[in-house]
Design a protein around this ligand. Sequence first.
Ligand code: FAD
Length: 303
Amino acid sequence: MTKLERLALRLGRELPCLELRRNEPMSRHTTFRVGGPAALMALPASEEELLHAAQAALEADVEPLCVGNGSNLLADDAGVDAFVLKTVPKVSRVAEKGNALTAGAGLTLAQLAVEAANRGLTGLEFAHGIPGSVGGGMVMNAGAYGGELCQVVRQVRAMDCEGQVRELSGEECAFSYRHSRFSEGGWLILSATVELQPGDTAAIRARMAELMAKRKEKQPLEYPSAGSTFKRPEGYFAAALIDQCGLKGLRVGGAQVSEKHAGFVINTGNATCLDILTLMDQIRERVFRETGVELEPEVKYVK
Ligand SMILES: Cc1cc2nc3c(=O)[nH]c(=O)nc-3n(C[C@H](O)[C@H](O)[C@H](O)COP(=O)(O)OP(=O)(O)OC[C@H]3O[C@@H](n4cnc5c(N)ncnc54)[C@H](O)[C@@H]3O)c2cc1C
């Protein structure tokens, strides 16, 4: 029996209500809509289940692959030979203390921004259109329109690679551009607390609507993608470099450099992970050859 099979048996015994799926297509859990089956996937319905499942995995010597909304993930066509722990919005209580909100890892950033707006708290408007979860957002230090999560995060509660639950201050999270101490794996983020400022609900909602309209105008939201494919190289914009090299519209199979926003690789309908990876290689190669700038993927490839 494999480690994963043993883990599945144990989870079934100890957590009879836990939703466990075998050979679940990752294409259903990534915004790129590509990816073969995950050997074992758990969708815990509460933080207690999430933590129990993660600790059981550690004891079984299985490193879980945490997945939030899958909006920064590219999963291999052959699938992911791993135990995928998916945080779902159900793991999503929001607690309020003064101007601080604490949200479970599975809550979407959009929902958290709406919760903040409803309470007249400003500071999260920038995150409203980022289609990730609170957990994935912390890992990536997600940001847009001049805002970044690190500007508002006061504390993150997470399980470390030894199974200990720790509370880390914003500083201890070591946030930098699209990176944090959680980026290399080994952590399971359970919840995060953001510190906001009192503001006017109508003005906050208006700003969120304005930023969403900008996204719809500039980004190919009508196609599956993972947002910006590459990080912003220091001193440049990835989209401008890709455009400058004449790569808008470049295709490999069903993957294409968006005509609307050169920073996005989109799935035009039937792209495979291999199409996307091949296109990304071609983009990096052309941009390096023509501009001398090395593009680093922002999207995380998993197999
Ligand atoms: C249309 C579109 C627009 C986008 N716009 C932006 C933007 O403006 N700014 C921006 O920064 N990003 C943007 N993104 C990218 C993406 O939404 C962010 O990177 C987001 O933070 C990813 O969150 P997620 O929950 O989807 O994480 P996932 O894609 O599920 O995972 C990302 C990483 O976090 C890890 N992870 C997820 N949850 C946990 C957890 N609970 N504990 C430990 N590790 C975890 C995963 O293992 C993986 O390494 C965009 C994506 C799309 C599709």
